[in-house]
Design a protein around this ligand. Structure first.
Ligand SMILES: N[C@@H](CCC(=O)N[C@@H](CS)C(=O)NCC(=O)O)C(=O)O
Length: 219
């Protein structure tokens, strides 16, 4: 059987996929790229014209959206564990938070990252950083009441929805925003980081980055 191949940059959104693979215990060929690949590894555009990561190849299947890939892996390989089935009470919450992680939380973070770190000094935009930082934190706060009453976001267990939202918390940590987390969100982030699957994903990206001569730290 052809192994699953994941194209990944250290601690970028593709970490969601690596984390899911580690939680499920699925082997993959991890191909590390420098960030941004379209500039630092232009031949990657031949494989993925979008130039973005993640890219997951699984036989004839080819996916480029991190939340969709987590859903794909969970439904195929982890029914009733990482995936929540339609007949379970947490199904709607599961899908909602799986997509909330990327579409609602990571979107404003991307603007913060870009205009505080990725752009050249002259093109940085402190107002954008402040406005979209507040936007992110306001949306994140909506999780507080839910996490005061539950350890995880859906179905009373750790699922791919937690990976999706958990990655947004990881990116917020990289961006230095954890002091602004509300108490239950902060405790949730501590809980997620203690998971063996999360630790294994960090170790796997570090080892692969070293072996492949790619930066192991995020931008
Ligand atoms: N919605 C997509 C976004 C993919 C994306 O924009 N990835 C970023 C890294 S976090 C990227 O590859 N940026 C490099 C670029 O746009 O050139 C997902 O969730 O996977």
């Amino acid at each position: 059987m052809t192994p699953i191949t994941l194209y990944h940059c250290a601690s970028a959104r593709s970490f969601r996929v690596l984390w899911t693979l580690q939680e499920i215990g699925l082997p993959c060929e991890l191909r590390m790229l420098p960030f941004p690949p379209r500039v630092l590894k232009p031949e990657y555009l031949d494989i993925n014209p979008l130039g973005t990561i993640p890219l997951l190849l699984d036989g004839a299947s080819r996916l480029t959206e991190s939340a969709a890939i987590c859903q794909y892996l969970a439904v195929k390989h982890s029914p009733r564990v990482m995936n929540v089935e339609p007949d379970e009470p947490g199904f709607a919450d599961y899908l909602n938070f799986l997509h909330f992680g990327e579409a609602t939380l990571t979107f404003p973070q991307t603007l913060v990252l870009r205009y505080s770190r990725l752009e050249s000094k002259e093109r940085r935009q402190p107002q954008v950083v402040e406005d979209y930082g507040k936007w992110f934190l306001a949306r994140l706060r909506t999780l507080e009441p839910r996490l005061q009453n539950a350890d995880f976001l859906a179905a009373g267990r750790f699922t791919a929805a937690d990976v999706s939202v958990g990655y947004a918390l990881m990116l917020a940590d990289i961006l230095g925003m954890t002091l602004q987390f509300t108490p239950a969100v902060a405790a949730y982030w501590r809980r997620l980081q203690q998971r063996e699957g999360f630790q294994r994903a960090l170790a796997a990206q570090d080892a692969a980055a070293r072996e492949q001569g790619v930066p192991a730290s995020p931008v």
